[in-house]
Design a protein around this ligand. Structure first.
Ligand code: HEM
Length: 395
């Protein structure tokens, strides 16, 4: 497995609008030869309180990693962090990254100002995206209104492209690999084992890029958000365009595997500035998913009993003490996170509080994910209004 290791990271500082945490790792235990774990204590301070955080260093026979610290989930990113908000869109995105609503509530009612390719359409950045949304919506849906494998693959593709970024890497001079399109622009990255199952959707986005003449990084995040919102009860995630493309393959080792420990997964997400809550919210995308490669003898088995519907049954069916319904394939990593003390209460809350709370949390987390490694946020354009209306009930 190419993502079976995680590079040790030290002296990483996480700063957020709502929590300022500073962790200094005082040991660099990176041995890969034996199983062992140790704890390192560091201080975490917020504006109102000072607490002690435990940082776990875990190694197994094959891997070594250091969890830097838990992320607040509210840290400002990229050029907004380095240079501040310089434009109205920069101010808007800063607001969303620090807690403003990340779900686009209205259906926009957008009417393109002209035909695709016309001068009027070209004059409106969002116009071409409205054509993409209208063209692909039926492609992402089954005849019964559920979302199909293309929508699911698009959602997963958005995650896999963006998740190739980490804060420790960026601090070490490798500030690339996020939402930059590299998963579809670098043959090496596309062929990595963790991207198994994404071959067909990568071929599709390459085809759509040619058809519509848009950037790959934007296209991948746009179709990920389109895939989510066309699923019945799916979130309508705020969507910006204008990212820069890159064909440089993302650094390796940053995508989670179902065989990873919960410690490793929370570290991987924390290093992407995602909090425990945001990890739990993002994993709900498995509400619609099916597995093909974890156990090929059970190819096609879903992760809850309503694949194709973005409901909270996935959370309910992974709660402690629940038996998986017949035909539902549960990932060890999902069960681990459902039952972990850091994520369990959030998981339970999504299970019982229904669609609205989860959709809002997913949108918050996904906006953050979709902007990892983007360093021109002051110059993006919001095109949320061209997304279709969310389907709030089903059937
Ligand atoms: C601990 C983190 C995660 C792990 C270990 C994980 C692992 C997996 C695996 C093994 C599959 C099945 C692949 C196959 O056999 O075809 C899968 C499918 C999927 N994942 Fe994840 N995933 C994680 C997080 C996420 C996140 C954060 C998202 C989106 C925001 C996501 C979206 C999806 C979707 C939509 C599918 C279904 C793809 C399809 O049906 O073709 N996953 N994931």
């Amino acid at each position: 497995m190419k993502n079976s290791y995680y590079q040790a990271q030290t002296n990483t500082q996480v700063t957020g609008a709502k929590l300022i945490a500073s962790a200094t790792v005082s040991s660099s235990s990176t041995s890969t030869s034996t199983s062992k774990s140790s704890t390192i204590t560091s201080s975490v301070s917020s504006s109102s309180s000072k607490t002690t955080a435990t940082i776990r260093t875990s190694t197994s026979t094959t891997s070594a990693f250091v969890c830097t610290t838990s992320a607040s989930g509210w840290e400002v990113l990229g050029d907004l962090k380095n240079n501040g908000a310089k434009t109205p869109v920069g101010t808007n995105i800063t607001g969303v990254l620090t807690g403003d609503a990340a779900e686009a509530k209205t259906d926009g009612g957008y009417t393109p100002p002209g035909a695709r390719g016309s001068t009027a359409c070209k004059a409106d950045v969002c116009c071409i995206w409205s054509y993409i949304a209208v063209d692909l919506q039926p492609f992402f849906l089954n005849s019964d209104g559920t979302c199909n494998q293309w929508a699911r693959r698009a959602v997963r593709l958005g995650f896999h492209d963006a998740a190739g970024w980490s804060k420790p890497n960026s601090l070490a001079g490798k500030d690339y690999g996020g939402a930059d399109g590299s998963i579809a622009l670098s043959a090496e990255e596309a062929a990595r084992s963790e991207n198994e199952g994404l071959e067909d959707i990568i071929a599709k986005v390459q085809e759509w890029q040619t058809t519509y003449g848009v950037g790959m990084a934007d296209l991948i995040q746009f179709v990920s958000n389109l895939g989510a919102v066309v699923c019945p009860m799916g979130p309508r995630v705020r969507t910006w365009v204008g990212r820069k493309d890159s064909s440089t393959p993302a650094p390796t080792g940053l995508l989670p595997a179902v065989t990873d420990s919960v410690d490793k997964i929370v570290c991987l997400f924390g290093d992407k500035t995602l909090s425990y809550t945001q990890l739990a919210a993002l994993l709900g995308a498995h509400s619609t998913s099916q597995q093909f490669f974890v156990d090929p003898s059970k190819a096609g088995e879903p992760q809850d009993d309503t694949p194709g519907v973005w409901d909270t049954r996935y959370y309910q069916q992974h709660r402690p003490g629940q038996t998986a319904p017949s035909g539902v394939f549960q990932f060890a990593s999902d069960l681990g996170i459902a039952n972990d003390t850091r994520t369990k209460s959030q998981w339970t809350s999504f299970a019982i509080s229904g669609r609205a709370a989860w959709a809002a949390s997913y949108a918050t987390a996904y906006v953050r994910l979709s902007l990892l490694g983007v360093n021109n946020m002051n110059n993006l354009t919001e095109c949320s209004h061209v997304l279709p209306k969310a389907v709030l009930t089903f059937p």
